[in-house]
Design a protein around this ligand. Structure first.
Ligand code: GTP
Ligand code: MG
Length: 333
């Protein structure tokens, strides 16, 4: 870790007024230099962590951002001293400015609250990178003292599902006006949800949609061990049902915190493992080379002159041999 990032980490941890800007800078570094994430997060295993990471997903326009805004208020009122982080993700569009603007505008009232961190996460076309980035953001937010982190992402397809699975539990929101519950829960939303919310209770059709939702979930729960997921009918606009939803969060958190933390820690180790394996793959690939020589070499396997295992042994030998050469050369120089 460079001194710069070390200083930033200390500032974020420090709890001073500088921590908001320091956290923002650290998150920008993570976004701009994703390949350096492991370096930025040195020591992260000992950083304070969020108590709960909530995924909030659902079809476009169902009211996720307004709901997020109301949830921030409710959570802040319940624990006035604790911080909240919000990550607004829009992986489906490369032109994310507009959507983020909308998300941010809806939560604008919290912009002046030093205990609320709102951050957008953009994709650079690579979903795996975005997932790693979001995970890193969660750690930075934990370090900054956020007890709760909310991830808002549009629920349309595989990519989003991957992101939302980073959360400890997932809230799926739907709203009347865009089809029935079955249509709305297509695209894997049904599988990903732990809590299901019908928003826009103030609109026509909300009660019917809620009844449909219960029927669909009941059908789906039949024969499954997990049982019926929790549900809630809310109007984000009119601030109705929000407290009940936060109660459901608390119910989930009670007794699960340690399990969640253990899971997050295991994920961290898995990421390091993935980084190590990737490095090994790249090095072996360099030794193997490309072009006609590599093709000739690999053809030995096809001719039965060497097995795959034996070939890999040779590559490893070549690799360590060349490292020894380098070392000797380095000493001599
Ligand atoms: N009537 C009514 N309108 C709502 C409610 N919640 C949100 N809206 C409206 O629904 C529209 C979309 O709200 P957003 O919060 O931006 O929805 P979103 O799901 O975040 O949208 P994307 O981020 O674009 O997917 C806005 O015009 C909101 O004012 C509600 O409870 N009742
Ligand atoms: Mg939104």
């Amino acid at each position: 870790m460079t001194n710069d990032t070390k200083d930033l980490v200390e500032q974020v941890r420090g709890g001073t007024s500088q921590r908001v800007r320091a956290a923002a800078r650290l998150m920008s570094l993570i976004e701009n230099f994703p390949e350096r994430i492991p370096e930025f997060l040195v020591g992260a295993a000992d950083w304070p962590e969020a108590r709960m990471v909530i995924g909030l997903t659902g079809p476009p326009g169902c009211g996720k951002s307004v709901l997020a805004d109301r949830l921030i208020t409710a959570l802040r009122t319940r624990s006035p001293d604790s911080c909240i982080g919000v990550i607004a993700v829009d992986p489906s569009s490369p032109f994310t400015g507009g959507a983020f603007l909308g998300d941010r505008l809806r939560m604008m009232r919290h912009a002046g609250d030093p205990n609320v961190f709102i951050r957008s996460a953009a994709t650079r076309g690579h979903i795996g990178g975005l997932v790693l980035g979001v995970k890193a953001f969660i750690r930075v937010l934990g370090l900054a003292g956020c007890r709760t982190v909310l991830i808002e992402t549009v629920g349309v397809g595989q990519n989003e599902t991957e992101i939302v699975n980073v959360a400890d539990f997932v809230v799926v929101a739907i709203a009347p006006g865009n089809g029935d519950a079955i249509q709305l829960l297509k695209c894997g939303l049904m599988e990903v949800g732990d809590i299901f919310v019908v928003n826009k209770a103030d609109c026509d059709g909300a009660a019917q949609l809620y009844a449909q939702l219960l029927a669909v979930l009941r059908l789906n729960a039949n024969g499954q061990k997990t049982g019926m997921p929790e549900t809630c009918l809310v109007s984000a606009l009119q601030r109705r049902g929000i407290e009940k939803l936060v109660d459901l969060f608390e119910k989930r958190a009670a007794g699960s915190e340690q399990v969640w933390q253990a899971r997050r820690r295991q994920t961290m180790v898995d990421e390091v493992k993935a980084a190590v394996l990737e490095e090994a793959r790249q090095r072996l690939s360099r030794v193997l080379g490309t072009g006609p020589i590599a093709t000739q070499d690999l053809s030995r396997i096809l001719r039965g002159e060497v097995t795959v295992t034996g070939f890999v042994d040779e590559l490893i030998q070549k690799m360590t041999g060349s490292r020894e050469d380098k070392k000797n050369y380095g000493q001599a120089g």
